[in-house]
Design a protein around this ligand. Structure first.
Ligand SMILES: CC(C)(COP(=O)(O)OP(=O)(O)OC[C@H]1O[C@@H](n2cnc3c(N)ncnc32)[C@H](O)[C@@H]1OP(=O)(O)O)[C@@H](O)C(=O)NCCC(=O)NCCS
Length: 168
């Protein structure tokens, strides 16, 4: 739990520095959301490990991508894309392909990332529950084509993904 929250703080704290300017990162809320995921038997958590260090995290289930990120040191490296491919592959194999997610409206890098991967914005908006109560938007992904081959195209051969539940 501590490791997952730490990675999310590093990733989101950097990506959303302009949103949380002058405001403490909502660590308690993030921790509570991870607890919900870890307590939910329909949710899966995988982490990306590099040289014994955890560098990426993903939580998904019931068609939703619930947490996703890579620590800033590895942005632009392709690791996020490969982690995303692992999510797609595992969720599809489990019979519940990932096709919805929430992302803050002002998370520009994440929007560019998901857009490139075929996600599109919807007009579903909600305000976050923590200060400064930023707006989030729902992105959807069409479920068509051969998801497994898309996932294979994106994956990095040296990447190691580990399923976790409560241990990190
Ligand atoms: C979202 C995330 C996983 C993407 O991983 P990444 O390694 O940064 O992604 P990439 O570098 O492959 O792609 C990022 C895209 O954003 C673009 N980009 C970079 N900085 C940007 C900025 N400030 N504004 C807009 N776009 C930007 C890049 O050019 C690239 O777009 P392209 O594919 O059209 O060239 C990663 O940035 C992250 O962990 N962010 C923090 C956590 C987060 O926001 N998670 C998503 C919550 S739903």
């Amino acid at each position: 739990m501590h490791a997952l929250c730490g990675m999310e703080r590093a990733a989101s704290g950097t990506a959303l520095a302009h949103v949380f300017a002058g405001i403490a990162f909502p660590y308690g809320d993030v921790q509570a959301r991870w607890q919900l995921v870890l307590d939910d038997p329909s949710a899966e958590v995988i982490v990306d490990e590099l040289d014994g260090q955890l560098v990426g995290y993903a939580a998904y289930g019931d068609g939703w991508l619930r947490h996703f990120g890579v620590v800033p040191e590895h942005w632009g490296s392709g690791r996020a894309q490969a982690l995303y491919a692992a999510v797609l592959e595992r969720a599809t194999a489990a019979g519940s392909p990932t096709s919805h997610l929430w992302v803050l409206v002002d998370n520009h890098r994440a929007h560019a990332f998901y857009r490139r991967l075929g996600w599109h914005d919807t007009d579903v908006r909600e305000q976050e529950t923590f200060p400064p109560y930023p707006l989030k938007t729902q992105l959807n992904r069409p479920l068509s084509g051969d998801q497994r081959s898309i996932a294979a195209d994106l994956s990095l051969s040296e990447q190691r993904h580990v399923s976790v539940r409560g241990a990190v």
